[in-house]
Ligand binder design. Structure first.
Ligand code: PGA
Length: 274
């Protein structure tokens, strides 16, 4: 028997964020890429939020081309309160005025460059306080035992939200990104059940500080070698509400296929729990 489609108002919100990293390498290519995204067949589902994080120099030209439905995201929120005059730094206020509505904070590649935990915590608190959505990245570096990774992620989450007031929490999304599963050097991908376990753990950790209700309402995304073939299983069985995608977000067809898989996987899950 055909399954009854889930009605839009019953569907939980989903997030799909593309992190272009250092791609493309020229302004001409960035404009061309944005035009392709603007005309690609992304699902029209109203409960799906779409965002893309181009390199800083191309924020404005990508913003000018993408339809309004797309949120412009920054790959690294910079220093929210730089003091004095400092060459080469970008303030959070500048990003806001360039149209940025979402920031990725604490990405493992940014952490690996030595960004201190205290700065990540400040970025998260200031961005949320200014009404900007934040995708906070957390995840263990090595494929270690459950005890190690749960303790590691707990510390990352609690440190990063140390300055976040409860009323700012609705704009926070936490992306679980095991470092060993990210990028072209990825060694493996976790099973959806591993991701599910970590998504529950992240909510449990947030509940220590904000209570169960607010913690359960905080969406957890998954990131690390997401592609059209594995996205549906993660969305159905991974206990997550979206993806942070690197490489596959640069191809509009692949990214749109991931969006479809996210929506279908979330519908599968809803049907299972009804
Ligand atoms: P990937 O990158 O999808 O290319 O593994 C994910 C990320 O770095 O957030």
């Amino acid at each position: 028997m055909a399954r009854k489609p889930t009605r839009a108002r019953e569907r939980e919100r989903l997030w799909l964020v593309g992190n272009w990293k250092m791609w493309p390498d020229t302004a001409t290519r960035a404009r061309r890429a944005a035009l392709k995204f603007a005309s690609a067949a992304f699902p029209r589902a109203p409960h799906l939020s779409l965002a893309v994080a181009p390199p800083y120099p191309f924020l404005e030209l990508v913003r000018a081309v993408l339809p309004r439905r797309w949120a412009l995201a920054a790959q690294d929120p910079g220093d929210p309160a730089p003091e004095g005059e400092e060459t080469g730094r970008v303030s959070f206020a500048m990003l806001r005025s360039a149209g940025v509505r979402l920031v990725i904070a604490g990405h493992s590649e940014v952490r690996a460059r030595g960004t201190p935990d205290a700065l990540i915590a400040r970025q998260v608190a200031v961005a949320l306080g200014e009404g900007c959505e934040v995708v906070l990245c957390v995840g263990e570096t090595e494929r270690d035992g459950p005890h190690d990774r749960f303790a590691f992620v707990r510390k990352q989450v609690l440190t990063a939200v140390s300055g976040v007031r409860p009323d700012a929490l609705p704009l926070l999304r936490v992306a679980y990104e095991p470092v060993w599963a990210i990028g072209s050097r990825a060694r493996a991908t976790p099973e959806p059940s591993d991701v599910h376990e970590m998504a529950l753990w992240i909510k449990k950790v947030l509940a220590e500080r904000y209570g169960a209700r607010a913690a359960l309402a905080t969406p957890v995304l998954y990131g690390g070698s997401v592609h059209p073939e594995n996205a549906r299983a993660f969305a159905r069985d991974g206990g997550i509400h979206g993806f942070l995608v690197g490489r596959a977000s640069r191809d509009p067809k692949e990214f749109a296929a991931i969006a479809e898989a996210l929506v279908s996987g979330a519908d599968d899950r809803a049907a299972l729990t009804r």
